[in-house]
Design a protein around this ligand. Structure first.
Ligand code: ISL
Ligand code: CA
Length: 552
């Protein structure tokens, strides 16, 4: 296995709007991030990934970009950004930005031109099609509800938008569009940034014959028509050969439709495309056939299978990304742990998992203090376009809205977007003014300041686990073997290289369980998420133990 800095990196993801407000307008910003760099560095983080900070009308919080070479007004200026980059580097960390190449904002100059006339030089920067029988060109549904086609009166044609109508899809078939994106990438690399997380990279090539979808399962529509289109690897290879190969940077692509059948094609080292991808196997584990607003109970054997199969797929050629949540998904302790009776234990157990699997590990802001989902009583307190659109659709469909509110509580992307909880002052120390989105009312109990003081806190456990991972390369590069694959309660695995050998025991339940397999060798307890350490094979509720196996 070839070693690389990005394989060993601990990545910390920042959602700037919700991280820290420095100028009392209730919106997180770049100077706010700079204020907190010592904190981030104190965790042991190597790489910071910031979600989009470019100019944007914020229809989708920065994932709708109107100028790729400038900074969003609310977040600061280019001078602030340059300072951020310098300060990150001064602390021996790296900075990765979010690249959103699949779509721009409808307020981008390209789109403003494109919509003007059918012969405008920018017309083919986007997908324009005539209507069909008085309606849109086909029946494809958008990620954010409604059709993917928006009618534009000026030229009496429709444009494609897989996300909101303010996020028109860029036409990657047009070589000029590709060149524009490569130039933008170079602009940021030449400033000295250390990589890109690439938004919905799986969608840049799609079925451009635009056939009607003949099914109504959204997930299947994605894989059949939107994702992994015929030219996606040709485009990525071109991007790599024209830009990426010239810089010592890291890339991680994300996208719906990336699965075990195609994942290796994105990251195989000999293929020269991306370093890593985020797949959503475990992120959709509690979605029923109707998608994310059709919740089902997730099961541990399925969860383990996702990690096992991806590890198996990438172990010879490629590299994994290990994450349990991000700005698009519920809080990890609420989703995969028990955020009530075993809040602390289960948050620490998830940290143990995150930091002991093979792959680069990503921690989303606030997870290091066990931030939880939020349950606002009114839809008025939600901000996310996806949540609000699906609310409107559910209302129109006559669904019982009390029940729908419960699903929003479980699944809304805003669960991850409430302000970072720094201390117990008003607004959780995020801002001195009313934030753009309400603070989770539990900020009095869950915040950075109180956990700094407590040696037994989730925060200090993250620090300990990060140190432990860094001092044991077996946890980064070493082999992986899962035991008891079908066991519904325990997640047990070994990690080893020529130096060290570890056995990791994780109890994903509210009750005590004894681990009964026989292990050769002497076991030395190295990490335990309970402060009353216990080296027996009994696991208390949500207990996590890492043993070193000696003389095996
Ligand atoms: O959020 C999801 C499920 O709730 C995903 O399906 C998500 O829409 C998908 O992974 C793409 O996400 C990315 O691109 C979107 C943006 O809204 C997300 O925040 C971003 O992470 C469009 O740019
Ligand atoms: Ca601000």
């Amino acid at each position: 296995m070839k070693k690389n800095w990005w394989k060993e990196s601990i990545v910390y993801q920042i959602y700037p709007r919700s991280f820290k407000d420095s100028n009392k307008d209730g919106i997180g910003d770049i100077p706010g991030i700079i204020e907190k760099l010592d904190y981030i560095s104190s965790l042991g983080v190597d790489v910071i990934w910031v979600c989009p900070v470019y100019k944007s009308p914020n229809d989708d919080n920065g994932y709708d970009i109107s100028d790729y070479r400038d900074i969003m007004n609310e977040f600061g200026t280019m001078t602030d950004f340059d300072k951020l980059l310098t300060e990150v580097h001064l602390r021996d960390m790296k900075l990765v930005m979010d690249l959103v190449p699949n779509h721009s904002s409808d307020e981008h100059f390209w789109f403003q031109e494109s919509r003007k006339s059918k012969d405008n030089p920018y017309r083919d920067y986007y997908y324009w099609r005539p209507g069909y029988q008085g309606g849109p060109p086909n029946n494809w549904p958008s990620f954010f509800g409604g059709s993917v086609w928006q009618y534009d009166e000026i030229t009496e044609e429709y444009y494609l938008h897989l996300f909101s109508k303010k996020q028109p899809d860029l036409n990657w078939e047009n070589p000029k569009v590709r060149q524009e994106i490569y130039d933008i990438m170079r602009f940021w690399f030449d400033k000295g940034i250390d990589g890109f997380r690439m938004d919905v990279i799986s969608l840049i090539s799609k079925r451009i014959d635009f056939p009607d979808a003949d099914i109504n399962q959204f997930n299947e529509i994605i894989t059949r028509y939107y994702a992994n289109g015929p030219r996606v690897h040709e485009f990525l290879k071109e991007m790599h050969d024209r830009v990426l190969c010239e810089y010592d940077i890291m890339t991680v692509g994300e996208g719906p439709g990336i699965d075990l059948a195609n994942g290796a094609e994105y990251v195989g080292e000999s293929r020269g495309q991306l370093n890593m991808i985020f797949h959503f196997g475990h992120m959709f584990i509690d979605n029923g056939p109707g998608g994310k607003y059709d919740k089902i109970q997730w099961l541990l054997p399925d969860f383990k299978r996702v990690f096992n199969e991806w590890d198996e797929l990438l172990k010879e050629d490629g590299w994994g990304s290990i994450f349990l949540g991000n700005h698009d998904f519920p809080r990890i302790v609420s989703r995969f742990g028990n955020d009530r009776e075993y809040w602390k234990e289960s948050a620490k157990l998830l940290a143990t998992l995150l930091l002991s699997l093979r792959g680069t590990t990503y921690t989303y802001q606030g997870d290091e203090i066990g931030m939880t989902n939020v349950a606002h009583l009114s839809i008025e307190d939600y901000r996310d376009i996806e949540t609000l659109n699906s609310w409107k659709e559910a209302e129109a469909a006559g669904r019982p809205m009390d029940d729908f509110l419960k699903i929003v509580h479980l699944n809304s992307r805003d669960n991850a977007r409430t302000p970072m909880q720094w201390d117990d002052s008003t607004y959780g120390g995020f801002s001195l003014e009313q934030p753009w989105i309400k603070v989770n009312p539990n900020y009095n109990n869950i915040n950075v300041a109180s956990q700094e003081e407590d040696p037994d806190s989730i925060l200090n456990y993250y620090r300990k686990m990060i140190r432990f991972r860094k001092s044991n390369p077996a946890l980064v590069y070493g082999d992986y073997k899962c035991h008891l694959k079908e066991d519904p309660n325990l997640f047990v695995y070994e990690r080893w290289d020529d130096q060290k050998h570890f056995l990791i025991l994780l109890n994903f339940t509210d009750h005590e369980i004894e681990y009964q397999e026989e292990i050769k060798g002497r076991l030395e307890l190295k990490i335990n998420n309970y402060n009353t350490r216990n080296k027996s094979m009994w696991l208390r509720p949500w207990e996590a133990k890492i043993f070193e196996v000696i003389n095996s």
